[in-house]
Ligand binder design. Sequence first.
Ligand SMILES: Cc1cc2nc3c(=O)[nH]c(=O)nc-3n(C[C@H](O)[C@H](O)[C@H](O)COP(=O)(O)OP(=O)(O)OC[C@H]3O[C@@H](n4cnc5c(N)ncnc54)[C@H](O)[C@@H]3O)c2cc1C
Length: 420
Amino acid sequence: MKNIAVIGSGISGLSAAKMLNDKAIVTVYERENAIGGLVKCDRPQDILFHRVGGHVFNSKNKEVLDWFWGQFDKDKEFIKATRNARILIHDKIVGYPIENFLYQLPAEIVDKIIGDMLAIQGGVHKKPEEYPHFEAFLKGNFGEALYNLYFGPYNTKIWNLDLSTVPLEWLDGKLPMPNLKQMLMANIVREEEREMVHASFFYPKEEGSQFIVNRLAEGLSIKVNSPLTKLEKTAEGKLRINNEAEYDAVVFTGDVRALGSFYTNASEAQKAVLKSLENLRSNGTSNLLCECDATDVSWLYLPEAKFKAHRIIYTGNFAPSNNRGSQRTTCTVEFSGKHTVEEMVAEIAKLPGNLNMIDYNYEPNSYVVQDPDTRANISALKSLSAADGLYFLGRFGEWEYYNMDKAMEAAMEVTTQILG
Ligand SMILES: Cc1cc2nc3c(=O)[nH]c(=O)nc-3n(C[C@H](O)[C@H](O)[C@H](O)COP(=O)(O)OP(=O)(O)OC[C@H]3O[C@@H](n4cnc5c(N)ncnc54)[C@H](O)[C@@H]3O)c2cc1C
């Protein structure tokens, strides 16, 4: 059996470790004192707190679904829910995605949007790769009026960047691309959204996404408080970690920007690629766990610049057990970047639902921002490193805008490659 180290116990690392576990000797290294990475949850005042986001699961990939449900009892351990997302705009709640709910907007705005759409669709409707950047893509697809009302301000908040500096590589399969006919159909027959991967989703009955990682971790050998700080190739063709243990293969799910500083005897070609990845951009997220008034909404998007938060995730609606410890329902208010607690508490006073803060968290790295050459560089790094037995996986290992299911899909590819 091969001796394999997996660096990182987020969803990517644990999925890969689980897939390899009965076919190899696997050790997981986690630098933090707890497993889970971005999907970690805890329970301040016995209320479930997703420390980042509000992780729900679904996939369009049958192989991923089969593997995932092989780990759980779907009916006993999960709740299936339908996404009920809404947008707060001009002090009114409208449906999501906004282009399917134009009939809920003021007539003068709809007039401009329809004018834009007719002009766009009358011309040639370009493919995403034909646009130079994200801003051009959004304007080109949805027109100036819808861009100014929703897509521009909302995405500027989330990315915390000038959208004309955000390339489009990450977008692949992430946003449905409505054409005018679909938009008109949705507005006339008033169909709810169906295309997005999380239009319906599964959520653990207990302990949120922590339940998922805890189950995946069962039976694995995991070393917490164990950061990878040194990686070396040995003369015998192994990879040595932290001067202490040698492995036939290493799956790296940590931050690829940092690897150059601890892969001490990487080849000159690897060093050059790692150097080019050092300055990749990323964004952090601040989350405020709150009690709130009851609502049937699951996600409320807040595009307007007058709110610093960009969305409320009503995690208390995902599973009743999430609200244990509170007489009310609970939610997470999400802000892009770092904010002081005082600033966020002042902000929630402006939001609907009589929010009351319970806890907060700041995660410095949650969104990856690709540059136009990122995918080519990562691909070069993978090709150069596979011969050493070094593999890259995950949101920060591959610098991909993965959801959990995409991370599992990528774990399947990597583990198949390692096992041959
Ligand atoms: C706001 C937000 C909401 C989201 N919502 C959803 C959702 O609803 N559904 C969904 O499917 N996906 C969602 N996602 C995406 C999901 O969070 C990611 O796909 C997934 O968590 C990525 O897992 P990962 O293992 O690749 O990375 P991570 O979770 O970052 O795990 C990497 C792990 O490696 C460890 N590590 C790093 N460096 C080292 C080192 N040198 N040595 C040892 N360990 C190290 C870290 O501590 C961490 O535990 C969301 C993401 C965000 C940011």
